[in-house]
Ligand binder design. Structure first.
Ligand code: NAD
Length: 392
């Protein structure tokens, strides 16, 4: 099959196995070139391991620290006629590279919100890993089936309190335009918290703790985006921000509930980057295209792998990591500092349909977007016939 990108709106509906392997391999190469984190983890569970920040966390654990990794993801398997999802191919490529490097690994494809997948993970840990010393919680999902009630909750991306009008960029139509977003009602806020808040993170830690598979001094982190003024109305202070506030509540609860094993639970705040999750959020493609421009000029641009490597070396495995007032690990300072934000705000004021491509680095945004699905790598032959049926 010759595989070319099929882009529909903010998503690409197919993926290229060779290109996805290239994406994984570049991240592994980056990690191998860095000094090893001190006292890194040995047995790591990554919930949401196949793309974005979770994939980078798995690569850093395995290739940076030599850890045995168990990854959980929810990805579509390929058929002879239809490609798998990027996360499927990324996981296959990770397995191949880990095997070549003599690293231990296992992945489970299924709904991480369910009790069955938690039980399957615990069974694997018991039989093959012993105890886990790091749990990364990196799920991004539009819906969640609550295993207690079987109710399916859907998240919404809406402001809270009042209608918000702002600029956005439609990647499909190459159009900068105004968008007006109506505020969420209470039910929509509560449902978003149900999906993206801390409840499932707590269920994972409880299940692992009850099964006796968490090591003493185990660490766990869930990822958040805090951002600043430009993104607050649609992120930090919006429905998704409410869900992320619930992660702070969950981290506090976990720290006090599992003091018996001296568990350290952190929320880690990461920078805005192009991932499958962020490209779905209104305003983000415009904001990210502008910060790429500013941060590349400042020499501070980072991708998922650079962010997560710093999270390990300056946060999770640092002697005295700096924490913010809510006990969070902050890896987003290069984006959210006042000087950088002032430059982005100035561009934001000026940007129009006519000057968008001069003021922003949409080229980089688009390149990164294509890379997510294994497209746009100059060393991959996209005219070649490839077998989509890659298994793992
Ligand atoms: P992503 O879409 O790249 O990855 C999501 C992962 O979750 C994938 O591995 C997917 O398979 C898995 N997943 C989704 N639903 C699942 C389910 N039901 N069961 C099992 N696995 C499931 O997302 P991302 O951008 O890397 O986001 C990960 C976390 O990082 C999120 O909490 C997000 O809010 C946070 N974050 C993202 C950004 C950003 O700009 N992308 C910035 C800061 C923080």
């Amino acid at each position: 099959m010759v595989i070319k990108p099929k882009i529909r709106g903010f998503i690409c509906t197919n993926a290229h196995p060779v290109g996805c392997a290239e994406n994984v391999s570049r991240q592994i190469d980056y990690i191998k070139q860095q000094p090893k984190p001190d006292n890194g983890p040995k047995n790591v569970l990554v919930v949401g391991c196949s793309t974005g920040y979770g994939l980078a966390s798995r690569i850093t654990s395995a290739f940076g620290c030599g850890a045995h990794t168990l990854g959980v993801c929810f990805e579509r398997e390929p058929t002879a006629k239809r490609t798998g999802t990027a996360g499927w191919y990324n996981t296959a490529a990770f397995h191949q590279a880990a095997e070549n490097a003599g690293l231990a690994f296992h992945s489970i494809n299924g709904d991480a919100f369910s009790d069955e997948i938690k039980a399957e993970s615990i069974e694997y840990i018991r039989e093959h890993m012993g105890k886990i010393d790091l749990v990364i919680y990196s799920l991004a999902s539009p819906k969640r089936k609550d295993p207690e009630s079987d109710t399916v909750y859907s998240s919404t991306l809406k402001p809270v309190g009042e209608t918000y009008t702002t600029k956005t960029y439609d990647t499909d139509k190459d159009l900068v335009h105004e968008v007006t977003l109506a505020p969420a009602n209470e039910e929509e806020i509560a449902n978003t918290v149900k999906v993206m808040g801390g409840e499932d993170w707590e269920r994972w830690i409880k299940a692992l703790h009850d099964a006796g598979v968490l090591a003493d001094n185990c660490q766990t982190t869930a990822y958040t985006y805090i951002g600043k003024k430009l993104t607050w109305p649609i992120y930090g202070h919006a429905t998704i921000g409410r869900a992320k506030e619930d992660l702070d509540r969950a981290a506090r609860a976990l720290n006090s509930q599992y003091a018996d094993i001296n568990l350290s639970a952190y929320v880690s705040s990461l920078k805005a980057l192009v991932t499958q999750a962020s490209s779905a959020i209104p305003v983000m493609p415009l904001y990210i295209s502008l910060i790429y421009k500013v941060m590349k000029e400042e020499g501070t641009h980072e991708g998922c792998i650079e962010q997560i490597y710093r999270l390990f070396t300056e946060g999770l495995y640092a002697d005295n990591p700096s924490l913010d007032e809510a006990n969070r690990l902050r890896m987003d300072g290069k984006e959210t500092n006042d000087a950088t934000q002032a430059k982005i705000e100035a561009l934001w004021e000026q940007v129009t349909q006519d000057n968008f491509h001069q003021l922003s680095d949409y080229q980089q945004y688009h390149a990164d977007f294509l890379h997510l699905f294994g497209f746009g790598f100059d060393n991959v032959d996209y005219d070649a016939d490839v077998d989509p049926e890659v298994s793992w």
